[in-house]
Design a protein around this ligand. Sequence first.
Ligand code: ADP
Length: 561
Amino acid sequence: ISHVQLSEPMKLPPGTSLHTFQTFIDRVIQCCGAENVSIISKCDKLVDGHYMNPCKGHDMHAIYDRDYFLASAVICPRDVPEVQMLMRLCNEFEVPAWPFSIGRNTGYGGAAPRVSGSVCLDLGRHMNRVLDVNVEGAFALVEPGVTFFDLHEYLEEHDLRKHVWLDVPDLGGGSIIGNAVERGVGYTPYGDHWMMHCGLEIVLPNGELVRTGMGALPDPTIPAAEGLRPDQQPGNRCWQLFNYGFGPYNDGIFTQSSLGIVVKMGIWLMPNPGGYQAYMITLPRDNDLAAAMDIIRPLRMQMVLQNVPTLRHILLDAAVHGPKSSYTAKSEPLDDADLDEIAKKLDLGRWNFYGAVYGPEPIRSVLLSVIKTSFLSIPGSRFFLPEDRHEPNSVLRTRANTLQGIPSVDELKWVDWLPNGAHLFFSPITKISGADAEAQYAITKKRCTEAGLDFIGTFVVGMREMHHIVCIVFDREDPKSRTKAHWLIRTLVDDCAKHGWGEYRTHLALMDQIANTYNFNDGAQMKLNEQIKNALDPKGILAPGKNGIWPKGYNKATWVI
Ligand code: ADP
């Protein structure tokens, strides 16, 4: 084992001396190999990279300075035993670790750790195999580094799309595991990724390896299991078929959590429905929002709307077509007349609804006729198929791929609405109702205007609620623009809490504030979360501070932001 000359990190783990850190890194190198350990040293320049080649130790969309949330080192374990060993080393040296699968996590903090000086564990670099695609059971079993692109390519290469489809989010470069454990969404009928996961293999903070659900039951009828390491043993034949197993259902506590590192996960694939048609319905007026919502709710709950459809504000689509400067010389937020002009230019509505129907032709045409009749009761609304749209970068054409599980990066373009575009997502949950959507839109739009930013947003319709995704675009090189974006999101969290609206997920910088809004009965849920955290991770080495949960060794008062 070669002993490399260790450089001094820009940020040390809290309470760790340089000497201890170097001894720790020495041991890590013995475990994972020097080539799999990189220190972010004092003399490094923090380079953001870009979506296709993201930085791994900080947030490329930093809202504070780039070194505010910064890793001391990035470690790439090669297999499950190395992850287990790393957990033991982190406990021995009391060094916090922040795991990620790919580290894109765009709009929510990227690869950056909540506690600066943590070591980032880049799980996806080496652990990136598609372990199984089972056509009969319609599921896949994947490692952390498998992205939506990877699994899609696997299905194509093995000519499997005729049997099973994947569900993908707007951008295909993220990991299947990272997205599911953060409870991200896609847009086919299988859009709720966490709902569609089935079976986990997890390394606990003490290094123990656990399989959840039916995975806890070994299958001695599989001869290959003999003599293999636990992580190599084939799983129970029902591991990816039945989520719950026996006893308390564990899986939920490993989402948005700091209780374990997911090293394998099953994900259900959608049987090829035997036919598909994407469509768009444009709605001309700002206040068509409410009418549309009251049409959407019953249709979605009855599953006439089979997929996770979206109702997008004109500026989200406009931003995919070009930066703000391509429409106007204004720097202040656009007004109604500007938006009408943009909608006219792009031949779109003020709101644009994107959906799809799935199944053989007779099923599709019945569903489509109900959907059309319902929406076209809104005066001026128009219905389009992908072949009706000829403009370059047609959002409907991109959505026509996304809604059948074909990943892309086309929607990256809206981040360039402003120069040096970066973004934050503000994502409150709301009821599918005209009154609720209208109220939430009015509040968020008003605050965007106060911040001097344009409202860019979309309502993503789940089974019974909506994820309202507000895309806060700012200029990352302009401190004033960052400050405005930061003020905006902090203000919106408080505004929305006053209406009983909470966010489903958030950026590192907002985790404490949002956790504090989920405070029923004197913060009883946080007390429960802290009890579980302290029991499973007494030294608080795994992702301290994630989602506002601080281990007992951290003085919360000094850490909370
Ligand atoms: P993406 O897949 O978009 O690149 P990340 O890999 O950055 O996203 O994951 C997003 C977040 O999800 C991470 O910051 C971490 O909190 C959590 N996460 C990701 N992968 C794992 C994992 N394998 N085990 C536990 N938590 C994970």
